[in-house]
Design a protein around this ligand. Structure first.
Ligand code: NAD
Length: 479
């Protein structure tokens, strides 16, 4: 059985405890590899290596780091197909999604931030001939990067790339539920010319290895993407050590469809937003609000389209693959049951799917649409993070703003209307960090990306990431 290893100081190592945990594929439900069950000692070893490597990496300067990161990006592209297969098998997502969404972003993250670092500039404030202030932004040291399982290598490199481009060294802790592509990544780093100790990958459980990273006194900056409850714990751990912290957390995002929307466009995009990646994207629109005049027509068309979505072997061109783990599948099924207990009506879906043959023990769920739920009920308040959406009517703008804003989350929202003024009016009143008008998940890597309320703290993307991974220093010069 394949043994995933930690990558510390340019070496592939088991955990110091020699303990491993099982890793299974959600497609078959079978264990197919093991990963190191690392703890604070492994984290400490990795942090020491990263700390030692920091001065040299910093001194390479922007251009030196750019050259190495661009060449790493080329090497990642040469291994594109291996990443696609590994990500799909480990996570359960259809291969075509890994091929078109996840894996292209891996090398792109490095090219984007390596290039951005060359364009990154700072300010000068002149004081009417008396003095001028110039501001510099310096790398901080060892950056801790912790990522979730839904876009495993896409999000891990979304953190590692800006941290490195800004001149920091890294200790990364990938999700224990999908460790395989992070291991592949470390193998490519090993073959590259990136100096040893600059990138360290430590596998293991969140509450053990992850927590040790957030509590380590020599890691002054932590970038985390994951659930809001985990974010809360990390926030507490980092606060007493005054760490710089970025939190990208959960969402319960509304898709809002007005009478005057382009019907087919709103239908197709909200469907994609509901079920892409089995509904396991933080940005998925899981609460669909439709204005009353078109509610019945939209609901019927949405349910018809949902019924036509294909679920199956991720190797094939299916719409939905497997749910990431048995525990997560059961959590989703429990929410579907709760929805019925709360008075909801299942319009389509609602069940686990059992296939024959190799996929028999795989974790597949029918895409599910639920009606007749109050906007305040638990199912409309908590993040399900699966192929489950609720659909609700609304009368007017005030009505839908009240419902859309009624959760603890504030990550993203999609608004469908052909009235530009209404789109702007609504955008200013929706409490979300990201708003799409007549679209969903149109990603520009330069924009500030992140959420309000329990969806997080800070913004990633473009120069925001480079600012986050640097310390600001102002120097005042008297003239
Ligand atoms: P999770 O919070 O369970 O785990 C995320 C990572 O944190 C994993 O690597 C895990 O090992 C680690 N971790 C767990 N406990 C920890 C602790 N106490 N200290 C340090 N690290 C710890 O999240 P998940 O289930 O892997 O991912 C799903 C969640 O991520 C969803 O809520 C989703 O909305 C969110 N997410 C947010 C974004 C965003 O950009 N806002 C993007 C993707 C996913």
């Amino acid at each position: 059985m394949k043994k995933i290893q930690n990558y510390i100081n340019g070496q592939f190592l088991s955990a110091l405890s020699k303990n491993y945990k099982n890793n299974s594929s959600p497609i078959t439900g079978k264990i197919y590899s093991k990963f190191p069950d690392s703890d604070h000692e492994d984290i400490d070893k990795a942090v020491m290596a990263a700390k030692k490597a920091f001065p040299k990496w910093k001194s390479l300067g922007k251009k030196g780091r750019y050259n190495l990161l661009m060449s790493l990006a080329d090497m990642l592209d040469e291994n594109f197909d291996k990443f696609v297969e590994a990500e799909s098998y480990d996570n359960g997502k259809p291969e075509w999604i890994a091929r078109s969404v996840d894996i292209p972003r891996v090398s792109e993250n490095f090219r984007f931030f390596a290039t951005a670092s060359l364009h990154f500039s700072s300010e000068c404030h002149e004081m009417d001939g008396k003095a001028f202030n110039y501001t510099i932004r310096e790398p901080i040291g060892v950056a801790g990067c912790i990522s979730p399982w839904n876009l495993p290598i896409y999000l891990l490199t979304w953190k590692i790339a800006p941290a490195l481009a800004a001149g920091n060294t890294v200790v990364a802790k990938p999700s224990e539920i999908t460790p395989m592509t992070a291991y592949l990544f470390s193998k490519i780093v090993h073959k590259s010319n990136i100096p040893k100790g600059v990138i360290n990958i430590v596998h293991g459980l969140g509450e053990k290895a992850g927590e040790a990273l957030t509590k380590h006194p020599d890691v002054p900056v932590i970038s985390f993407t994951g659930g809001s409850n985990t974010g809360k714990k990390i926030n507490i751990n980092c606060a007493s050590l005054f760490k710089k912290l970025s939190l990208e957390l959960g969402g319960k995002n509304p898709s809002i469809i007005f009478n005057d929307a382009n019907f087919n466009e709103a239908l197709n995009i909200s469907l994609k937003s509901a079920f892409s990646n089995q509904g396991q994207i933080c940005l998925c629109g899981s609460r669909i609000f439709v204005q009353s005049k078109i509610y019945n027509k939209f609901k019927t068309a949405f349910v018809e389209k949902t019924k036509k979505l294909t679920v199956g072997n991720p190797k094939n061109k299916v719409d939905l693959g497997a749910i990431v783990s048995k525990a997560h599948m059961n959590k989703i099924i429990n929410y579907i049951q709760l929805a019925q207990d709360e008075g909801g009506t299942i319009l389509t879906g609602g069940n686990r799917i059992r296939f024959e043959g190799d996929l028999r023990e795989g974790y597949f769920i029918e895409p599910t649409v639920i009606e007749n739920l109050d906007y305040k009920c638990i199912v409309n308040q908590e993040e399900i993070f699966g192929p489950v959406v609720t659909i609700m009517p609304f009368e007017n703008e005030d009505d839908v703003i009240k419902m859309a804003n009624a959760t603890k989350y504030g990550l993203s929202a999609s608004i469908f209307t052909s009235n530009v003024s209404k789109a702007h009016r609504m955008s200013s009143k929706i409490n979300s960090g990201i708003i799409w008008i007549n679209s969903w998940m149109m990603r520009d890597l330069r924009i500030p990306f992140g959420g309000m309320k329990d969806s997080g703290i800070g913004r990633e993307g473009g120069f925001n990431s480079l600012r986050f991974f640097t310390e600001t220093k102002n120097i005042c010069v008297k003239i």
